[in-house]
Design a protein around this ligand. Structure first.
Ligand code: NI
Length: 184
């Protein structure tokens, strides 16, 4: 296991669509090692989600884990470590909800993005079992943000109002005091 370098906006690999993970690769030591590296990297950088393209691995794999303790997004509803292979999103509730997103590949910035507020997430786990999760609110945003990486997209692509792309320090100083309490 190892902490891997997260590539940043401007690296062309972040803009390439990733390829499906082949079913026969699910049980392999190489894939398990890669997942272990992603988890180590997520923890080391203090994030809540990481997609394989962010460590320059062009496959459809993402991990999400929201700890019960405060995160870089404040105190959030806990989501246990979830390893998503070949995920798909189905919109349950197309009404949008906006959140201030950040990205380990776009360090130092926050941007306000509106996305569908209710989704079903389908994927296979490392044992090849089909999984399905309903996600609402901020968690729905986290999954959509991570899966965007698998299509070569970044959250900044969804920012409608460029005034709502700010540095983290200025976010904490000028935006956060005006925001509603963090979603629970
Ligand atoms: Ni990201």
């Amino acid at each position: 296991m190892a902490v891997r370098k997260i590539i940043r906006m401007g690296h062309p690999a972040l803009r390439r669509p990733a390829r499906d993970v082949a079913r026969e690769d699910l049980g392999t030591a190489a894939l398990h090692r890669l997942v272990a590296d992603m988890i180590d990297t997520l923890h080391d950088y203090g994030g809540i989600g990481l997609a394989a393209p962010q460590i320059n691995e062009g496959i459809r794999l993402a991990v999400v884990e929201i700890p019960g303790s405060p995160t870089r997004y404040g105190q959030l509803t806990e989501q246990p470590l979830t390893i998503c292979v070949n995920p798909r999103v189905e919109v349950l509730d197309a009404a949008t909800e906006g959140h201030w997103e950040g990205c380990l590949s776009v360090p130092g910035l926050r941007g306000y993005v509106e996305r569908p507020r209710g989704i079903h997430v389908s994927f296979v786990n490392l044992r090849g079992e089909e999984q399905r999760i309903a996600a609402h609110g901020f968690l729905a945003t986290v999954f959509q943000h991570e899966f965007d990486h698998l299509d070569g997209k970044l959250y900044i692509d969804h920012i409608d109002d460029p005034h709502k792309l700010v540095f983290e320090e200025e976010y904490a100083r000028y935006v956060l005091p005006l925001e509603e309490p963090t979603p629970k």
